[in-house]
Design a protein around this ligand. Structure first.
Ligand code: ZN
Length: 225
């Protein structure tokens, strides 16, 4: 792809800065046990015009992620810079950037998101409420907030999933993240730091929810939306 010389340099510098931030963030997710075994992916917008996204290359160990392992792609998932392929899940990152106007999208495969998304798939989502950690979510000022995390049925058909995701985003515009059943969490933010905070907040809340379920297995609660 040929870019204007000055723009090319600006974009390259921003891509390098963003790649470093993504690499450090990916390593921290790995050390929290949220992206083991090459799972998960992290992306951030580098440029709007042209539309360019930095994203982790496919099949990489996030424990030793470095900035050279981040690739730059365009809206059609064509690799502009970098030596790796984008993962199939990139389609969902691009959908979120377009629909939510966010600047970063992070996807994890934690144990608790895997367990809870499978358990509550039949309800179409999970309610979380009453926790101080909800204030880690953008715009949430009190623990009295009630947050819906939709759960979509998992699929390897990313085009179909992207269409389903658009529907869910239209139906529930105020959400901060969603899960794929038996698979993991997607969340996003206006900055890399905000998306990281959302991962940390939601993963914390999901673990609390899961452990509470384990402590009170007979507790009946309505979770339907
Ligand atoms: Zn995944």
């Amino acid at each position: 792809m040929e870019l204007d010389l000055e723009t090319d340099e600006q974009i390259r510098n921003r891509f390098q800065d963003i790649s470093k931030e993504i690499a450090v963030t990916g390593q921290s997710f790995y050390h929290n046990g949220w992206v083991f075994g090459t799972s998960g992916n992290l992306s951030a917008v580098v440029s709007d015009e042209p539309s360019l996204l930095a994203i982790t290359g496919s099949g990489l160990d996030k424990g030793n992620l470095s900035s050279e392992k981040i690739i730059l792609i365009d809206r059609e998932m064509k690799v502009i810079w970098g030596n790796y392929r984008p993962s199939a899940e990139t389609a969902l990152h691009l959908t979120l950037v377009q629909e939510k106007s966010c600047r970063a999208v992070f996807h994890t495969h934690s144990i608790w998101s895997t367990i809870l998304s499978q358990k509550y798939e039949k309800d179409g989502g999970i309610w979380i409420e009453g926790l101080e950690m909800l204030k880690s979510l953008d715009g949430v000022k009190t623990h009295e907030h009630r947050e819906w995390i939709p759960i979509l049925k998992n699929s390897q058909d990313m085009d179909a999933l992207a269409i389903r995701l658009k529907e869910v985003l239209n139906q529930t515009p105020n959400i901060h993240g969603f899960m794929l059943s038996g698979h993991g969490l997607y969340t996003w933010g206006k900055t890399i730091q905000e998306a990281k905070r959302h991962v940390e907040g939601i993963e914390f809340i999901l673990e609390v929810h899961g452990r509470m379920d384990s402590l009170n297995p007979k507790q009946k609660k309505t979770n339907k939306r």
